[in-house]
Design a protein around this ligand. Structure first.
Ligand SMILES: C[S@@+](CC[C@H](N)C(=O)[O-])C[C@H]1O[C@@H](n2cnc3c(N)ncnc32)[C@H](O)[C@@H]1O
Length: 167
């Protein structure tokens, strides 16, 4: 799976995970929507959850911008837009927050769901908190990756949301 980033550049460049992945030639940055290739777009506002049924794509796209500007209207890239199901951030900025992953975590979570676990581990190996992301999300990632389609992923996700509501 090729990793591409629509790079907005409005977040702290020192902490930007997309820039780091690009430095290691693990992702390509694009400054405009036109330049961004068509593919599976990781969009937290999308109506459809990512599932193993999307594994026929070869291009994964994230939008790297700050969470302050990551509104629905920002995700204008052409492609098949997918939301990641319930997963918890492990990075120091948003540790423990569900759904609000940084770009490297979003790529890694997506790759696991799409059956590319080794590629996910490679991505996370560049970050000192990377292994924690897999530890925190081990069970949901395994269960999502075993689903057939988006509806099944949403049903599994609901179990985690219900468990959280009971706490
Ligand atoms: C808002 S940016 C923040 C990036 C941060 N500045 C960094 O250095 O990684 C994170 C991107 O990861 C993807 N992403 C994060 N959480 C997601 C989710 N729950 N569903 C789909 N995509 C998600 C989206 O492409 C989103 O725009």
């Amino acid at each position: 799976m090729d990793l591409h980033v629509r790079y907005e550049g409005d977040d702290d460049p020192e902490k930007c995970t997309a820039r780091k992945l690009a430095r290691f030639d693990m992702a390509e940055l694009h400054r405009t929507n036109r330049a961004t290739p068509y593919g599976l777009v990781l969009n937290p506002h999308a109506d459809t959850a990512l599932s193993p049924a999307d594994a026929d794509h070869s291009t994964l796209v994230a939008l790297d911008c700050s969470w302050e500007t990551a509104e629905r209207a920002m995700f204008e890239m052409a492609g098949e837009h997918r939301a990641l199901p319930f997963l918890v951030a492990a990075n120091p900025v948003n540790y423990g927050k569900p759904f609000q992953l940084n770009t490297a975590e979003a790529f890694a979570g997506a790759l696991c769901i799409l059956g590319e676990r080794e590629h996910a581990e490679d991505v996370l190996s560049k970050f000192r908190w990377g292994h924690t992301f897999l530890e925190l999300n081990e069970e949901p990632l395994r269960r999502y990756a075993a689903c057939d389609d988006s509806a099944e992923v949403v049903a599994v996700q609901q179990e985690y949301l219900d468990a959280g509501a009971d706490e």
